[in-house]
Design a protein around this ligand. Structure first.
Ligand code: ADP
Ligand code: ADP
Ligand code: ZN
Length: 216
């Protein structure tokens, strides 16, 4: 099963992808996580991507398309994958279809999560992430048992630098301009399933699972 989670920053893509990964035993492919890792390791790709990410802009298509084309052919993607944060432009979506078609493969479901802007801002400002295992939390909506400490691995929680007010507004504009057209793109392809994202995490998870069952 090849799944795309589509939605603005803060919609809950990463949160849902992590739960789905465990349930279906297929990997989450987050281009944001892969890029942040490359920045941390100061690889040539990370050095190139950093300025775009700090500014809340998209990293050039050829960089992220390159990341995904290498990642989806790895052994753990044999039974499928969950794309979280890719594609973000029509050109990325076209490139994805082409690379899958070349292997006789395709996207099975595109799940679009919609959340109003005020809630997105609250979600992004309260987002915290475990530095060791990457698990996501929210100060208000999904807090850890002990403040600042990961429930699963006792790692330290941190706030992403691009989750500050200014950059976050820029990222929401970029979503509207460059990524929102994918809603129509995948709707025209007959693949889009839309969900209201302003429900609790477990409610949204059940909605996704019923869509996947129904469409299976
Ligand atoms: P969020 O979870 O808030 O939507 P991500 O972690 O997906 O954010 O992305 C963080 C940043 O990484 C983006 O603002 C962008 O600079 C870069 N990025 C991630 N995925 C892509 C992509 N598919 N195309 C271009 N840039 C990307
Ligand atoms: P995305 O990957 O789409 O940028 P995340 O999954 O990182 O979004 O979620 C953004 C923030 O909102 C995180 O702090 C997460 O804990 C929180 N969150 C995710 N889903 C919900 C939800 N349904 N209700 C309230 N908060 C949520
Ligand atoms: Zn952890």
């Amino acid at each position: 099963m090849n799944l795309i989670l589509l939605g603005p920053p803060g919609a809950g893509k990463g949160t849902q992808a992590k739960i789905l990964t465990k349930k279906y035993d297929i990997p989450q492919i987050s281009t944001g996580d892969i890029l942040r890792n490359a920045v941390k390791q100061a690889t040539p790709m990370g050095l190139k991507a950093k300025a775009f990410m700090d500014a809340g802009a998209l990293v050039p298509d050829e960089v992220v398309v390159g990341i995904v084309s290498e990642r989806i052919v790895e052994a753990d993607c044999r039974n499928g994958f969950i794309l979280d944060g890719f594609p973000r432009t029509v050109s990325q979506a076209d490139a994805l279809s082409a690379m899958l078609a070349a292997n006789g493969n395709k996207i099975d479901h595109v799940i679009s999560i919609t959340v109003n802007k005020n809630d997105l801002l609250r979600r992004i400002t309260g987002r915290r992430t475990c530095r060791s295992c990457g698990k996501g939390y929210h100060l208000e909506f999904d807090p850890p048992k002990t403040a600042g400490v990961c429930d699963e691995c006792s790692g330290v929680l941190f706030q992403r630098e691009d989750d500050c007010e200014d950059t976050m507004r820029k990222r929401l504009d970029v979503y509207e301009q460059q990524t929102a057209p994918l809603v129509e793109y995948y709707s025209n392809a007959g693949l889009l399933r839309s969900l209201p994202g302003d429900e609790a995490i477990d409610v949204i998870q059940s909605m996704i699972v019923s869509i996947l069952k129904r469409d299976a």
